[in-house]
Design a protein. Structure first.
Length: 197
């Protein structure tokens, strides 16, 4: 069996640390997980953790980035499978609100990330991952329903509104009802952007 390269070993170590961190952060929350718990769960040494990450917070940021990339890929697949721009926007909105109800997404991305990383760093990550998809959806809507609104500005505003809706759902005592109300309110707010049937 050929020996793995240093690059492959490093990638494997990083992936194991991110996977262990994701599982523990999702189950217990950032504050209640120690670096020692992470390295034990990953089957690694403390040295491996600190070789790839400055500290627990830096590993948490890597977990957030990884989870954000997953969410964006899942929503992109939903959009790509939609028959038209209206269906794509509706499916992406519903899909995002559903994804944000998953325990790992709610705990890591919506509860802990703003507090641990700081609001601006969290928003920068959200923007880096989600803004492209929001912009793509809005550009498609503009193609179907011409408007003189600047799409880049509109995309930033829509992303902010959708994130706020996700936060409402994540922090609700009744997530099912809040998710339904949030989707209804978002559709009312964004109805002028939706292409006509």
């Amino acid at each position: 069996m050929p020996r793995r390269s240093q690059h492959d070993r490093s990638a494997s170590t990083r992936a194991a640390l991110v996977a262990a961190g994701r599982d523990l952060f999702a189950r217990h929350g950032y504050e209640h997980v120690s670096a020692e718990q992470i390295v034990v769960a990953a089957g690694m040494s403390r040295g491996a953790l600190y070789h790839h990450h400055r500290d627990k917070r830096d590993l948490f940021r890597a977990v957030v980035e990884h989870l954000e990339a997953e969410v964006t890929a899942e929503l992109t697949a939903v959009v790509d499978a939609s028959p038209d721009s209206r269906s794509a926007m509706l499916a992406a909105l519903a899909g995002y609100l559903d994804i944000c109800r998953r325990p790992d997404v709610a705990r890591i991305l919506l509860n802990d990330a703003p507090a641990v990383l700081g609001w601006q760093a969290w928003r920068d990550i959200e923007t880096r991952h989600g803004l492209g998809l929001v912009t793509r959806l809005l550009e498609s809507a503009v193609d179907d329903r011409p408007t003189d609104v600047a799409v880049p500005v509109l995309a930033q505003l829509v992303l902010s509104v959708v994130l706020e809706a996700a936060l409402l759902v994540a922090h609700s005592d009744d997530p099912d009802a809040t998710r339904a109300r949030a989707e209804h309110a978002l559709l009312a707010l964004l109805s002028g952007l939706l292409p006509r049937d």
